[in-house]
Design a protein around this ligand. Sequence first.
Ligand SMILES: C[S@@+](CC[C@H](N)C(=O)[O-])C[C@H]1O[C@@H](n2cnc3c(N)ncnc32)[C@H](O)[C@@H]1O
Length: 284
Amino acid sequence: MTEPGFNEASYLQLHKDVRLGVEQGLFKSGWEHYQKHGKAEGRRSTRFDHENHSIKNYSKLVRDLIASHPGNLDLAMAKAIGALTLEIYQETGDKHVHILRQLGLQNGYAIYDLACGSGRTAAALRRHAWQGEYRGADIIPELVEYAQQKNPGYNFFVHADFSINANDATQDMIYSWSLFTHLQLEEIFLYAKDCYRALKPGGVFVFSFLTLQDRMHRELFKNRVAALENGVTHGHLDMFLTEETINIMMVEMLGFQLLGYTAADDASTTPIGSFGQALAMFRK
Ligand SMILES: C[S@@+](CC[C@H](N)C(=O)[O-])C[C@H]1O[C@@H](n2cnc3c(N)ncnc32)[C@H](O)[C@@H]1O
């Protein structure tokens, strides 16, 4: 057993001397090196550093929300992932499940919830009586602990690395709601690259994104520009993508097959309405 967040591939990528040592048989694995030497030497075990914008911004957001909602952890955990009320939290979770079902989700699938937050999708999957092998990863321990407590039997873990904590070609579906909305392009690319590795051939990858093509997203962008003009710092990064940029990264550079896009305001996206973010869907 490795410790939460340790990623063998990342460790070997970060430390070429260790990779050489493993190739030459001096260590059985990067994990063995980390335990015997790397940890004491202060070597990094993941590609995240403590100054990473995601960790800094989301840790602060979650801490502040917990403090400002004494006695109402449920609401704090809903707000932490962007839902203003518990009703919206639940309804959005239901939309997640509708989208996954439309993309072929079946009982028995191995699925990976990249940036699972407080377990909104997992709770909806339970409500919809889905059964299978669920793995949920996030970078914020408080969110992961809450998700685990609310969804016993599901597997949640902290994984602060730009990678998927699953073996090669093991996942039927990987989805990520409102994560690539808050990352830099290079970070998105690293995650997507590792999604490709972890998916089974034929496996599905779906994520949501912000785009200036959408009227509401454009308003958000304009507000951010205005804030910047007035010297106001934002709590977190917002990234606006285009289908062209996504196609270049996912199809041309990584080899995914494009299944399609849906617009953020497309009311037919789910039986209960539009999703609010655009969706990009791919098959390995
Ligand atoms: C808007 S919330 C969405 C949560 C969940 N996907 C949902 O829709 O319910 C964004 C989530 O991304 C997580 N996150 C932010 N940066 C991340 C990163 N670099 N890697 C993985 N998760 C990250 C946050 O901790 C937060 O839980």
